[in-house]
Design a protein around this ligand. Sequence first.
Ligand SMILES: [Zn+2]
Length: 135
Amino acid sequence: MFDVFRSCKNRRKLIRCVIVDEAQFLTKQQVWQLTWIADLYDIPVICYGLRTNFMGKLFEGSEALLTYADTIEEIKTICRCGKKATMVLRMSGKKVVKDGAEVMIGGNESYVSVCRKHWKEAMDSTIGEYHDTKR
Ligand SMILES: [Zn+2]
């Protein structure tokens, strides 16, 4: 990614900003390369993405962004109960998917944003019991 950027002639005139959507899917190395675009060329880099996957674990790209970003702004989503939605459920029809690959391409799954309490209920997490995401 950085090599492509570096090879662009007149990049400072041509590129005013780098915007990355679905940034949770970046690797740690790609996020690190984006920090060089910001630091070497003084070009703003703006990334949009989810914090955690449907199993409640940080995505690799999200973890790196949380580590290296200068600023983090949260775009608020609301759960069906009215509380702030901070978690994501993967749905297959009306069933909650509790494990599987982090990235599903071409599946029938959909994603629903929910608050932590409703995520726990959907994932069958018992009070006081840590939700082991590696089951
Ligand atoms: Zn809720």
